[in-house]
Write a protein that binds this ligand. Sequence first.
Ligand code: SF4
Length: 302
Amino acid sequence: MEQLINEIKELARQKDAVILAHYYVDGSIQDIADYVGDSFYLAKVAKEVPNKTIVFCGVTFMGESACILNPDKTILIPDVSAVCPMALMVYEGEIEKVREEYDDLAVVCYINSMAATKSLVDVCVTSSNALKIVSKLPQKNIYFIPDKNLGSWIAEQLPEKNFIFGHGYCHVHDVIKPEDVEAYKAKYPGVKVLVHPECPVEVSKMADYVGSTSGIIDFATKSSDKEFIVCTESGVEHELKKRNPDKEFHFIDKHVCQNMRGITLEDVAECLRNGAPQAHVEEEVRVSAEKSLDRMLELGSN
Ligand code: SF4
């Protein structure tokens, strides 16, 4: 293991590569990464770092987002089979159909989506800026894709808008049910519940805090509480424990995103040795997708 880690570090140095890792990948990869964060944070880091090569340890849509924002950089994807099923739960023909049905419509797309989808929508959002951005849109009708759970959570807070939801969901978060939360609350009375909005909206409604992966980590770190019930992917525990060694985190059933957790140190070494596989987005798609990401940055910044 130590030999492999040293090889990765040496290859990264030789190739002027920076290693980015999502919170849901295995802890061994988070430990060797130069930056660890959620998908939006990592996309921004990819744009800011001077390195010409980026090793993106996450699912493929994240590598694509890095490509969209950094057309001049090489984005290495250690495991091309690490695909997010929710990002694929979009029917492109449906977007056109809904556009024809409503005159006053904005198509809003969660950043957890493929580049081809981003190229067809009006604006992208993350779980942390979705409420702010959708509330600023002038349109009354909002077609929110692909995540029906995140969309429903935002809709709860914006009753003045009319939402049409996509059919997508994250299978890792969607299986967390209100009765699971009830059981944990009974077992750990008085303990705050932290929820990622990819969970069903009934679960989000039971939370003391609802937010992105980074938001959950920040909330727990700043809080004076010593114990939390956490409803999200269990890879986040690595960073939570690192920042809060004196606190306890009760993850509901240790749900795992196998798509990300399957990435290994050997995969990271192999892509650095070969300079492949690389993320790639056709230029026409990239330019359109970049517009929806730029709109997100513009509406999310003030
Ligand atoms: S946790 Fe869910 S949304 Fe995130 S990559 Fe895995 S399957 Fe996709």
